[in-house]
Design a protein around this ligand. Structure first.
Ligand code: UD1
Length: 345
């Protein structure tokens, strides 16, 4: 019998890649999504890539009424775990609308917990972020870092959700919890059928570079070249979304293989830092396009350097990232070329 996994936010950028990995791993998948920042077409393409038949429950998980709706939709089918990715994720918007972020991101988690109780499953893999470390830690960042000081409401919702899930395990040791702390997910499925489809002006480096390369935007702003890094630009630990997806399957297997409940916080990154200038050069290399850029002021809240210690993921999950920055750029570029206006184009 194959295991049945709920994937909240399963139509989104990371969720769609996780769904492919699950289907390819022999799991049955139910996506829970309200399509507020994603597209049903993504699910159709996941099914096409992996020859799957994903069950979709369209509902807003932040809304309490969704609990009963989901239970009814599942209709007694056994559930063996959830991968919880649903949530809002724009840093700037979270500063402008903190209540919206706390409402959406925290209530989604609380409501998912109720759903899990109702369906009798205690396994949750949570989509956390390196943003929970915030300022004041040394690189490479380890899961035992002393400081947890996210610099914005979005980051705090990630940290609070981790705490909620940890507290759940403390109260009831049957829960199996993995808080996966993603570094910077980029790239796309090698088919070019699914990828990141940001609405409006992209906030993050890779989608912005890709839109400049494809001619949708004139030039990239490099936010600061006076950081204490090897070339002055910001350094991040970019991880191929395909690696990230396989990390979720590994985490699920890890939780299922435990003889008792557990709670683990695990970094998912490559362990290697890449600067903004290095990312531009790699993208130019693989796309054979020039990326015009200008150096502008630092972006408030940005750190000079952020990269992961990935020892724990390799120890607990027997997982490590496979793809390098050129592969990330090549796959990101293929997606962008094949879908210049995203899913709606
Ligand atoms: C950002 C979020 C982080 C979130 C992550 C998701 C902030 C402060 N942090 O991380 O909470 O989890 O995205 O992937 O927004 N850069 C430019 N020009 C651009 C865009 C970015 O030079 O147009 C630089 C940034 O200064 C940084 C690097 O590129 O050095 C990466 O930026 P970005 O992709 O936004 O990711 P993070 O800031 O690391």
């Amino acid at each position: 019998m194959s295991l049945h996994i709920l994937v909240t936010g399963g139509a989104g950028y990371i969720g769609s890649h996780v769904c492919v990995a699950l289907l390819e791993g022999g799991y049955q998948v139910t996506v829970i999504d309200n399509f507020s920042n994603s597209h049903p077409e993504a699910v159709a393409r996941v099914n096409k890539i992996a020859d799957g038949a994903i069950n979709v429950i369209e509902t807003d998980l932040a809304d309490e009424g969704s609990i009963d709706f989901i239970r009814k939709e599942i209709g007694g089918r056994p559930v063996h775990g959830a991968i919880h990715l649903a949530g809002l994720k724009a840093v700037g918007e979270s500063v402008a609308k903190p209540a919206l972020y706390y409402h959406t991101n925290i209530n989604s988690t609380l409501n998912l917990i109720e759903v899990m109780r109702m369906v009798g499953s205690n396994t949750v893999v949570f989509s956390s972020s390196a943003t929970v470390y915030g300022e004041g830690n040394k690189n490479p960042l380890t899961e035992t870092a002393l400081n947890y000081m996210p610099t914005n409401p979005y980051g705090r919702t990630k940290l609070y959700n981790e705490n909620i899930l940890r507290d759940l395990y403390i109260a009831d040791n049957d829960w199996r919890i993995a808080n996966l702390r993603y570094f910077n997910p980029v790239g796309a499925h090698p088919s070019g059928l699914i990828g990141e489809d940001p609405q409006g002006i992209p906030n993050n480096l890779f989608p912005y570079i890709a839109q400049v390369a494809v001619g949708r935007r004139e030039k990239l702003s490099v936010f600061g070249s006076d950081y204490p890094t090897r070339d002055g630009s910001g350094v991040r630990d970019y991880i191929h979304v395909q690696d990230l997806a396989s990390g979720h399957v590994a985490a699920l297997q890890f939780l299922h293989n435990q003889s008792a409940g557990c709670s683990a916080d695990i970094n998912l990154g490559t362990g290697k830092g890449v600067s903004v200038f290095e990312a531009i050069a790699a993208f130019e290399r693989v796309s054979s396009r020039t990326i015009p850029f200008e150096v502008t002021a630092r972006r408030p809240g940005d750190l000079a350097e952020v990269y992961a210690d990935v020892t724990l993921a390799s120890q607990l999950l027997a997982w490590q990232a496979q793809y390098d920055i050129d592969q990330m750029c090549a796959d990101h570029w293929r997606w962008q070329m094949q879908n210049p206006a995203g899913y709606t184009g």
